[in-house]
Design a protein around this ligand. Structure first.
Ligand SMILES: Nc1nc2c(ncn2[C@@H]2O[C@H](COP(=O)(O)OP(=O)(O)O)[C@@H](O)[C@H]2O)c(=O)[nH]1
Ligand SMILES: [Mg+2]
Ligand SMILES: [Zn+2]
Length: 299
């Protein structure tokens, strides 16, 4: 052991570029770090969002990441750690895709993340927020109607984001960048600029953790929407629907998957308007996908 070794500090990785990481301490001080080889041997690579112990470098020299604390959540696309609240941005244009939304909610649940829905562009359609709130009320998922363009409805959304590391996701064009800009007072590129041309197609933007006014947000394009989930047993999918839980055990068949089996208590709840019938129907679409994936699991 090197007795001279500098003291260790604790911080959070807010970005990583080309093997250099930036850690920010609770006091807001930033340090440039590299990663010890031992992590590579463990197959562990630091991710933005990681909580780390590090030895700061002397003067201009970089320091070293010494320990990575256990992660609450891990995402590989984008590569980020410890996101615990997912903000799904929806809008009237492009038309809100609720099947995609339910798929994201299911993934988030599997990861132990909470979900918030932000229904943006309320200036174009003020009623969409209410419609979507109706779909997700029984599931206990908060829905906020906002207009990033007109800065309306932002405060309640901001409040609901506090106390967790958040990441935005949703269809391209829904207004994620515009909304982040409006919420945090930033200047991220939005669809208004011909960004792909301006930036060049192959430039990958680095994920950055932004902290401002009590909010912690990952500035990333959001979770990959196409990535297929493999190896989910079909009977596990329903566990990701909080609104089904109180009817568990009340169906005629103990093994009921709420897929049109006779005497299904979840179907009865939907017929009685206690849960959303449309979300139940979308569940069945995801269930059939899950079944297919499960059948092919040894391929
Ligand atoms: N009318 C309206 N347009 C918006 C709003 N928010 C974003 N937009 C527009 O929607 C387009 C896509 O926005 P952008 O933030 O780039 O979407 P992203 O792909 O989800 O990041 C841009 O033309 C924005 O100006 C809003 O609240 N109202
Ligand atoms: Mg964007
Ligand atoms: Zn059932």
């Amino acid at each position: 052991m090197n007795e001279q070794a500098g003291k260790r500090l604790r911080g959070r990785l807010i970005r990583g570029i080309g093997g250099f990481y930036t850690a920010k301490t609770e006091e807001g001080e930033c340090f440039t770090l590299r990663c010890r080889k031992k992590f590579r041997h463990q197959g562990l690579s630091p991710l933005t969002g990681d909580e780390v112990l590090f030895t700061p470098g002397e003067g201009e020299k970089h320091g070293w990441i010494e320990e990575i604390f256990p992660r609450k959540t891990t995402c590989l696309r984008p590569p980020v750690a410890n996101v615990s609240r997912l903000v799904i941005v929806l809008a009237p244009v492009p038309e809100a895709d609720l099947l995609l939304t339910d798929r994201l909610i299911s993934r988030a649940a599997a990861q132990g993340m909470e979900v918030i829905l932000a229904v943006n562009k309320s200036d174009l359609d003020p009623s969409l927020g209410t419609v979507i709130a109706g779909e997700y009320a029984a599931a206990g998922i908060p829905v906020f109607s906002v207009s990033a363009r007109n800065n309306t409805g932002l405060e309640p959304l901001r409040e609901s984001m506090k106390g967790a590391l958040c990441c935005f996701t949703g269809q391209s064009g829904a207004g994620k960048s515009t909304l982040l800009n409006a919420l945090l007072g930033l200047q991220l590129e939005t669809g208004d600029l011909s960004r792909k041309i301006a930036r060049g197609k192959n430039t990958t933007r680095q994920t950055e953790l932004i902290e401002k006014d009590g909010l912690q947000v990952m500035d990333t394009a959001g979770f990959s929407l196409l990535e297929k989930e493999k190896l989910l047993a079909p009977e596990k999918l329903k566990e990701r629907y909080p609104e089904f839980m109180q009817y568990e055990g009340q169906c005629r068949f103990r093994e009921c998957l709420h897929d049109r089996e006779p005497g299904c208590a979840v179907q009865a709840a939907a017929d009685a308007g206690r849960i959303s019938l449309r979300r139940l129907e979308r569940y069945r679409v995801l269930l059939s996908e899950t079944r297919e994936g499960w059948k092919e699991r040894y391929d």
